[in-house]
Design a binder for this molecule. Structure first.
Ligand SMILES: [Mg+2]
Length: 278
C-alpha cells in the first residue's frame, strides 16, 4: 500500500509538472526505496492536496455548501436577533475567503517549504482568488447590515496588499478597521474580544479550528478530537468550516507537536507512521 502511494505521488509529479520531473530524475531511479541522501523532497507530500483544491469540483461544491449553510444560519440569526448591539461575522481569510493554492503550487515547483519571504511575495501580487460562494455570501451579509471582520494570521506588514486583494475581489468591509492581522500573537482571542466589545458575533468562519476558539490551540490530536466532539453543536451553526487539506494546525499532532525541530526525513517517517492501516 505504502509503495503504491509513493509511486502514485511520483507519477503525478512527472505527469503534471515538467519542471519538477526534470529536476527529480533521481527520484525516479530511487522510487523503489527513496534515498534521502540524494532526494531532498520537502513538498511532494502536498501534491495531491493542492491538486484537489485546484482541480476537484468536489472542493468547489464543498465551498458552495459551506457558504450556503452560512447564509441559512445567518437568516436564522436575524430572525432570532434580540441584541441591541450591531451584529457581526468574524471570518478568517486564507483558505476561507481567499485561495492561496497557487502559493502551495509554487512551493512544490521550487521544492521549498513555507517561508515568509516567498509568502510576502505571493501576497504582494494581490492575486489570490476567492473561494466559491464567498463573495456572494459576504455581500449578502453586508446587505443585511451585518459587519464583517477579517481576523487573519497574515502578518501586519501584509495589511495593505491584503485589503487591496479583498477589494479587487469585491469583498465588503475591506479596510483597515475590519481587517485585523497578526501583530503580536497568533492567538486570535484578543482580536476576537475587541470585536465582541462592540458587536454581537453571530458566526465564525474558518478553515482551522483556531479560527473559532483558542481552546483548540497547541493541543494534541486526541485533545483536539475531544474538544471538537464537545463542541459539535456549534459546527454548521455558529462555526462554519471550510476544508483545507494543504496545511493547518492539525499538522502539529502529525509531527508530535514539534513540526519545526525535525528533519524532512523524520517528518516523512512520522507521516507514514501515523497512517491508519490494517
Ligand atoms: Mg485560514
Amino acid at each position: 500500500m505504502k509503495r503504491i502511494l509513493s509511486l502514485l505521488v511520483i507519477c503525478i509529479l512527472y505527469s503534471c509538472s515538467p519542471k519538477i520531473a526534470e529536476s527529480s530524475s533521481s527520484v525516479k531511479k530511487d522510487s523503489e526505496s527513496i534515498n534521502y541522501e540524494q532526494y531532498n523532497g520537502t513538498q511532494e507530500n502536498t501534491v495531491l492536496a493542492v491538486l484537489w483544491l485546484q482541480m476537484s469540483s468536489e472542493y468547489k461544491a464543498l465551498c458552495y455548501q459551506s457558504y450556503e449553510l452560512a447564509r441559512l444560519q445567518l437568516d436564522q440569526s436575524l430572525l432570532n436577533n434580540k441584541s441591541n448591539k450591531p451584529l457581526a461575522i468574524i471570518t478568517d481569510i486564507d483558505e476561507t475567503v481567499l485561495d492561496n493554492s497557487p502559493y502551495s503550487g509554487k512551493s512544490i515547483e521550487t521544492n521549498k517549504g513555507f517561508d515568509y519571504e516567498s509568502w510576502d511575495e505571493w501576497g504582494a501580487l494581490e492575486s489570490a482568488e476567492p473561494l466559491a460562494g464567498a463573495v456572494d455570501f459576504f455581500n449578502y451579509a453586508a446587505s443585511k447590515n451585518i459587519t464583517v471582520f477579517y481576523i487573519s494570521n497574515r502578518k501586519d506588514n501584509q495589511k495593505d496588499a491584503t485589503i487591496s486583494n479583498l477589494k479587487k475581489q469585491g469583498l465588503p468591509f475591506a479596510d483597515a478597521q475590519h481587517v485585523l492581522l497578526q501583530t503580536t500573537t497568533s492567538n486570535k482571542d484578543e482580536r476576537r474580544n475587541s470585536v465582541l466589545e462592540t458587536h454581537d458575533v453571530v458566526m465564525y468562519i474558518g478553515d482551522n479550528l483556531g479560527d473559532f476558539s483558542s481552546v483548540f490551540d497547541h493541543k494534541t490530536t486526541s485533545e483536539r478530537h475531544k474538544i471538537t466532539d464537545s463542541l459539535k453543536v456549534k459546527f454548521g451553526t455558529s462555526y462554519i468550516v471550510l476544508p483545507n487539506p494543504m496545511y493547518g494546525a492539525w499538522e502539529y499532532g502529525l509531527y508530535n507537536e514539534n513540526p519545526y525541530g525535525i528533519s524532512e526525513k523524520e517528518k516523512d517517517s512520522l507521516r507514514k507512521a501515523k497512517l491508519k492501516t490494517y
